[in-house]
Ligand binder design. Structure first.
Ligand code: EPZ
Length: 475
């Protein structure tokens, strides 16, 4: 099996990274703007809200699209977020054509890739940018990628990516903040076996895409079982890959010479859905939401039901969540939760559920077992009056007898994506006005967040202040 050969006589012309367009424009536009969300709490929500496509599945599929050497194809259900725009910029910096048509449709043509060195600035902005390492080395026999960025919620090492690629016949070097990977045989990756010490989502996705173009059969064990991983596998199979075991802890992949592009629709975002379900619970409201895949939300529905919410499936992809008439005259009950890899409780909903627990009665415990530094939101919730004690990777939350007895609004700051969402939810539950800064974190993962909450009756607005304007203010 030979790595794909490009037109240039040199094995692979290394192009200087292309300036990133959308992301830099985005960043430039935001650079001098200070976005804040201002939330007035105490109201109830009502109505129906739409759920966007999954951010994390879309990012993985966009990276996986690099495996496809022929034909443009349309992806649907791609949420319009700063992260997906950054991923589009990563692909463009490699020479791929990416057109964002709006309405969740993105057309990709990775046939025209001319570089194996994506723009480092873009890679530094999101974790998923690093996932391109797999398809690039598998398709071209080499790649050079900067170390990834993303939420600062832990050390987030990449050892499983690198050891996994080595198990597929790659030579890996880490130098000057970049990972350089080459096929040891100078041609392409070779099927092999690799056991992941931890079921890492990103490492599973990266190794699965790589193995899809390797020569021979690969067995990956103790892999991640998240729905986003299974969605990526489904996309790759649609493009001609042979993958068995998606959604289980073992993947068997029979590598193919080439993969072609194929139309594909991304699954709904279960984390956004969970966040909106907490919005209903924390404001003691009743809302419905769709599209959702109820099977992806089991652990979330279990916890909300344990607290006293009523959850009804109103259609194949429609759920109603009600905390209107929970037992104990509207008081929701506290509970214990521990984050775990799927199908356990998702770490990406830990902050939002912690915000909810500050309004539930009794003592609750939240144990974060996936990331070692994902408690930045605690001190901001404490500013709102929440009684939370941290001990190691656990938070002990003394909830409130009555919904917002002593919780009241004030300025708070988002330090990461999900923590930011939790502060917006808390702001809707407490009395008074909560002003949230660091909104760019939230924009990375929630499409039209405040518009959706507004449509449900929340009292929320975005304030944008440009530096110059600020200057004028002082004068
Ligand atoms: C994905 O991150 C998601 N991001 C995260 O969502 C999510 O929190 C996480 O999976 C867990 O569900 C995307 O899909 C883009 P991991 P990822 O590798 O792949 C350790 C959000 O809010 N590990 O499964 O980076 C690691 O340190 C984001 O949308 C190693 O030790 O997560 C961590 O403790 C935040 N070595 C654990 O695995 C490795 O080589 C889980 O990380 C890789 C990971």
């Amino acid at each position: 099996m030979k790595g794909e050969r490009l037109s240039s006589p040199l094995r692979l012309r290394r192009l200087p990274p292309r300036p990133i367009s959308a992301a830099s424009a985005d960043a430039a536009a935001n650079a001098d703007a200070d976005h804040r969300l201002v939330v007035s709490g105490g109201g109830r929500l009502a109505g129906h809200v739409g759920v966007s496509g999954s951010k994390n599945a879309a990012l993985a599929v966009l990276a996986g699209a690099l495996c496809c050497s022929s034909g443009a194809f349309a992806l649907r259900g791609v949420p319009d977020l700063s992260d997906t725009r950054t991923m589009a910029a990563v692909l463009r910096s490699l020479g791929a054509r990416v057109e964002e048509h709006g309405g969740g449709e993105v057309v990709v043509d990775a046939g025209a890739v001319t570089s194996v060195e994506p723009d480092s600035e873009a890679i530094g902005r999101i974790r998923a940018g690093f996932f391109v390492l797999g398809p690039l080395v598998a398709r071209f026999g080499e790649a050079e990628v900067a170390l990834p960025g993303g939420c600062r919620i832990g050390a987030r090492p990449i050892d499983l990516y690198l050891r996994g690629l080595a198990a597929l016949g790659a030579v890996v070097q880490l130098r000057h903040g970049k990972v350089r990977v080459e096929a040891a045989n100078g041609k392409g990756l070779v099927g092999g076996q690799f056991h992941l010490d931890y079921p890492s989502v990103g490492a599973t996705e990266t190794l699965m895409t790589a193995a899809s173009l390797a020569d021979g059969v690969t067995i990956l064990s103790n892999v991640a079982r998240e729905p986003e991983v299974a969605d990526l596998a489904k996309f790759l199979v649609t493009c001609g890959a042979q993958i068995e075991g998606a959604g289980t802890s073992t993947l068997v992949i029979n590598g193919k010479k080439r993969l072609h592009g194929a139309e594909f629709t991304i699954i709904p975002d279960r984390i956004e859905a969970g966040t909106l379900m907490v919005a209903a619970a924390i404001t003691r409201s009743c809302i419905s939401l769709s599209p959702v895949i109820p099977g992806h939300l089991t652990s979330i529905m279990d916890k909300l039901s344990a607290a006293g919410c009523k959850i009804i499936q109103k259609g194949r992809h429609i759920l109603e969540v009600s905390a209107l008439s929970s037992p104990n005259n509207g008081d929701l009950q506290g509970f214990y939760l521990k984050t775990l890899p799927y199908p356990g409780f998702p770490t990406d909903l830990q902050p939002q559920f912690m915000a909810l627990l500050t309004t539930c009665s009794g003592l609750s415990v939240v144990e974060e077992s996936v990331f070692e530094n994902r408690m930045h939101h605690v001190k901001e919730l404490q500013k709102l009056g929440a009684r939370i004690r941290l001990s190691g990777s656990s938070a002990f939350i003394q909830g409130k007898r009555h919904r917002s007895a002593a919780l009241s609004g004030c300025p708070v700051e988002a330090a990461d994506l999900r923590g930011g969402a939790a502060l917006v939810l808390a702001g809707m539950a407490v009395e008074g006005v909560t002003e949230i800064s660091g909104v760019s974190h939230i924009d990375r993962g929630y499409e039209n967040f405040e518009a959706k909450l507004l449509s449900l009756g929340a009292n929320i607005e975005r304030k944008v202040e440009h530096q110059q304007q600020l200057m004028t203010g002082i004068a």
